[in-house]
Ligand binder design. Sequence first.
Ligand SMILES: [Zn+2]
Length: 312
Amino acid sequence: MKNFLQLILVALLFWQCGAPQEKSSKTSIVCTTSMVGDAVKNIVPEGVEVISLMGPGVDPHLYKATQGDLERLQNADVIVYSGLHLEGKMGDVLEKLGRIKKVIALSNGIPETDLLHPPENPEGHDPHIWFDLSLWAKGVAFVKDELGEIYPHWKDDLGANFFAFEQNLLSTHNWAKSVIDSIPENQRTLVTAHDAFSYFGRAYGMKVRGLQGISTVSEFGLQDISTLVNDIVAEEIPAVFVESSVPKKSIEAVIDGCRQNGHRVILGGQLYSDALGEKNSPTDNLIGAFKANVQTIYSGITQKKLPQNLTQ
Ligand SMILES: [Zn+2]
């Protein structure tokens, strides 16, 4: 039944594409996640409309396109998405739209050898590429090149804007390395609700544990909780973290489990994982959200404020 409904929606989409429609004269680029929207906003020339379908706190693994989204996607001049099955439930729609308009996957700019394979699915790829800012910069470079092919008169602007954004990404990347380096080595373990931080761990030197796998689609079970609790108790991990796009109850169960085993673990704070912060806040962009995460991780684990020389 679900498939049938999806078919009808897609058929409707194709049918409407042929019909005359009102459309603003602005070039419109529709992006899936807020991270992708942020990347595109940073590089396109002024005056281009950039829309992100998924707002703050939205989980892309579970997100289904609404009727409004389908209209926006249908009216878009170009669609940019993250890829590697991050937008699991939008895959069909994106693929079908790719036959009638330009659809760009940011992750296509990242070499296969740079990608991580989740242990539960060794053939697949971990989609959380924005947590290694140097990797993300490669994906954004690909989007810049693709947009430059479609709009050759944008090339100068795209090049200059990308250069500035890349510098910002790379300087934040180096800063994050220094901050994590300053945490005592035996405390560099990041425990979160789902496995969103493997690229982060590899890039900045932390061990990473998630209660759920790389997708939030499958539910965690009691066995997952007790395995994680045992590890936290054995390794005397001081803090665990909740995520802005995953319900808190999973990590709260882990904290309770540790307490019952005589180990006090604190809630280190909330991390932005698969969505950015509220609009018009310092975390409504990737670099802002990333910096907030690094500071939260540092102070959650060490229970200290960031030293003056590392404050940004
Ligand atoms: Zn995720």
